[in-house]
Ligand binder design. Structure first.
Ligand code: FAD
Ligand code: MLT
Ligand code: ZN
Length: 474
């Protein structure tokens, strides 16, 4: 290993190869504190050529590589296993905005650029990059691509795959594919780009990307709406869509129990109602129209929904500050959950129209299996994506809950499969869900995914133990 470490230091510079345990520590544990791994070294290349040379050196040494961006994965995807033989390849030094083209509405960036920096660079050019999620201050474009990140604006702009035009990828053998084309039309065969998006670092290391930019919204209208339950939320979604069309940018669902946790654990948040409602939705419209017209459109939709007794109450933000306070209620949920205690987290998607039935069925089955367990739900309802989290019953200890959690996860995922849904809507499989793949992916899908893995990474050195179940025992 010392030879390899010396060789890596020669490629990226000694100070960019971390072997000291304290220096490596932040790279070896995931955001949820669920996974702690080990690594021979953390390597921080400064450019694409260095990434390629590091990969070639590791391949020759037979050492596996775990790519890492902002390390905000919710499925342990960027955390190495505890064996300590792998290296972590951190992309965070590669943080250049390579080009901004306001005419072609594109931006070319290094993979290590933080999402918030891309949003700011777009704004500085009078344009808009719509991907938005709670971790945007630390997640990177490479991580967003490798996980096909979703977030709160998918309803209007799509997932990361739909926001991407071109990619640059370094392969396990050290070769580089320069697919950095700023083209909206390119019909020259299989889309390798779309294959790498969502591949979770198992096929190649993304080093650069060409992203789509959009006109900057001139106006936003935001409301926090209280309602009885998911069915009411789905009725409201249909009405707002009917009235506001594509101006609808976000439709975030939050249960009352979830709001209670945010109020308990997150400082400086305020509910725009006197009581915690049974459920709530954060609705946002955006447009190049002016504020007044958009606000009036949103108000009319909510008045209409109130008259139809779909909603209980609504607060329309009177300005950006109040809109921000509504978003803080939403963005504080992940943090509040971590503070409340170990949750069995599920990131599922089902067809939107089946969401209410899914929740009723899952709640009943979970309650039967573990009376008193607390479902804490929120999510991107407009995309059919629910974060269905389970907290232990008040009178249960952590060990007993940990013992029953896999049973509950099986129940939630079987119910998801019954709705022809997905056990990972946006967070990715990582190491958290790899064991579930054999149950919920068809054998032909796994066979073809493994065949692709064998083409791009024949020695299996890229992010081992993630995404693909070890087929050797099947
Ligand atoms: P990492 O965590 O570093 O890595 C994620 C995966 O990508 C790993 O498998 C890693 O090996 C691989 N990878 C990283 N960089 C590269 C690269 N350059 N080339 C190849 N593979 C690479 N996700 C959503 O989709 N929607 C949300 O709304 C959302 N909200 C979140 C809120 C919070 C508070 C947190 C903590 C996370 C949230 N996430 C959400 C999850 C996470 O932020 C995303 O998955 C994000 O895209 C990960 O980016 P990252 O740079 O942190 O990647
Ligand atoms: C979110 O939508 O906030 C996330 O995807 C994170 C989570 O599930 O905690
Ligand atoms: Zn989410």
């Amino acid at each position: 290993m010392t030879t390899l470490v010396a060789r890596l230091a020669a490629i990226v510079g000694e100070k960019n190869v971390l072997v000291d345990e304290a220096a490596k520590a932040p790279f070896l544990q995931d955001w949820l504190g669920k996974y702690r791994g080990a690594a021979a070294a953390v390597v921080r290349p400064g450019g694409t050529d260095e990434v390629a040379s590091v990969l070639a050196a590791c391949r020759e040494a037979g050492i596996s590589v775990v790519p890492q961006g902002g390390n905000t994965s919710m499925s342990g995807g960027a955390t190495p296993d505890p064996a300590g033989r792998a290296i972590v390849l951190s992309l965070t030094r590669m943080n250049r905005i390579r080009d901004v083209d306001p005419v072609g509405n594109t931006m070319t960036v290094d993979a290590g650029v933080v999402l918030a920096a891309v949003q700011e660079a777009a704004k500085a050019a009078g344009r808009f990059f719509p991907l938005s999620l709670g971790a945007e201050g630390s997640c990177t474009i490479g991580g967003n691509l490798a996980t096909n990140a979703g977030g709160v604006a998918v309803l209007r702009y799509g997932t990361m795959r739909e926001l991407t035009l071109g990619l640059e990828v370094a392969f396990a053998d050290g070769r580089v594919w320069d697919g950095l084309k700023a083209l909206r039309k390119d019909n020259t065969g299989y889309s390798l780009r779309d294959l790498f998006v969502g591949s979770e670092g198992t096929l190649g290391i993304i080093t650069g990307a060409v992203l789509k930019l959009f006109p900057e919204p001139k106006a936003r209208a935001t409301a926090f709406v209280s309602l009885r339950d998911t069915s009411a939320a789905l009725s409201l979604l249909a009405r707002v869509r009917e009235r506001c069309g594509d101006r609808l940018t976000a439709f975030e669902f939050i249960t009352g129990d979830c709001l209670t946790l945010v109020l308990r654990h997150v400082g400086d948040v305020r509910l725009p109602f006197t009581q915690v409602p049974p459920a709530a939705v954060l609705v946002e419209l955006s447009d190049s129209d002016d504020d007044s017209a958009l606000g009036a459109r949103l108000e009319a939709s909510l008045v209409d929904a109130a008259e139809a007794e779909i909603i209980l109450d609504a607060a329309i933000a009177q300005g950006a500050t109040q809109a921000r306070s509504f978003w803080r209620l939403r963005e504080g949920i992940s943090e509040a959950l971590v503070r409340e205690g170990r949750a069995a987290k599920h990131d599922v998607s089902v067809p939107v129209a089946q969401m209410a039935d899914f929740i009723v069925a899952a709640d009943a089955a979970v309650a039967a299996a573990a009376p008193g367990v607390r479902p804490i739900m929120f999510g991107h309802l407009g995309d059919g994506n629910l974060h269905y989290n389970l907290l232990k019953a008040e009178n249960t200890n952590d060990a007993d809950f940990a013992a029953v959690a896999p049973v509950l996860t099986r129940i939630v995922h079987d119910e998801t499969a019954r709705c022809r849904g997905s056990i990972s809507a946006e967070h990715g499989i990582g190491q958290l869900r790899v064991a579930d793949m054999s149950r919920y992916k068809a054998p032909i899908e796994l066979e073809l995914m493994n065949a692709l893995k064998a083409v791009f990474d024949p020695t299996g050195l890229l992010n081992p133990g993630k995404l693909l179940p070890d087929m050797s025992n099947h």
